[in-house]
Design a protein around this ligand. Structure first.
Ligand SMILES: [Zn+2]
Length: 197
């Protein structure tokens, strides 16, 4: 392997889901394309990173200091949907069944992996709910032990407030992470979301 290709494979193989073999195939694909295509590919990566920031309110991807959803005055500010990543918002928005606001945690509490509550955007969530107009906190986090522990921790932090806590319907077979759930299934899980007792 020549040096430029090795360098290419080195950076691409770090992308989740892309190992060395796939990185090599992408490299060979790029070598088979025009220089103009290679330029567009490189520019698209740079522009994506340079022009995208994180919304100061909810943690979603944003083009400015606030994302389009937080800026949208027609959204229902009495419901806050708690998700793990900005990508989860993309999947929930695709269903068209949710019209409230979001809060991105950045993951779930996982002591084994060194993810303590302080490493997530939980404090921001607690402050936001205390300060705002939220009446319902809707958890769309993973139905795993860690996801459930995170929900319990957040509920405990918000226990002094009179709130409605809901979660994606468990009767609906939602995957470990939202991207693995089909749009139809996710729609059903949102519409028939369950009250947390
Ligand atoms: Zn936002």
């Amino acid at each position: 392997m020549n040096d430029p290709l090795r360098r290419f494979v080195d950076v691409w193989s770090r992308v989740p889901g892309i190992g060395t073999r796939l990185a090599e195939r992408i490299g060979l694909f790029v070598l088979g394309q025009s220089k103009e295509y290679a330029q567009r590919l490189a520019e698209a990566i740079l522009v994506l990173r340079e022009q995208t920031s994180i919304c100061e309110v909810c943690g979603n991807f944003s083009l400015g200091s606030r994302c389009a959803i937080c800026e949208d005055g027609s959204r229902d500010s009495s419901i806050l949907c708690v998700v793990e990543t900005p990508l989860d918002i993309v999947y929930i928005e695709a269903t068209g069944k949710y019209h409230g606001l979001y809060h991105v945690l950045g993951g779930v509490i996982s002591p084994i992996h060194g993810i303590t509550p302080g490493k997530l955007r939980i404090e921001e969530l607690v402050q936001r709910v205390h300060a705002g107009t939220v009446k319902e906190v809707f958890f769309a986090t993973s139905p795993t032990t860690e996801g459930d522990a995170t929900v319990m921790y957040i509920r405990e932090r918000l226990s002094s407030l009179s709130l409605r806590f809901t979660t994606l319907a468990r009767g609906v077979p939602v995957g470990v992470v939202l991207p693995q759930t089909g749009t139809q299934t996710l729609s059903e899980a949102i519409v028939s979301r369950e009250e947390l007792k």
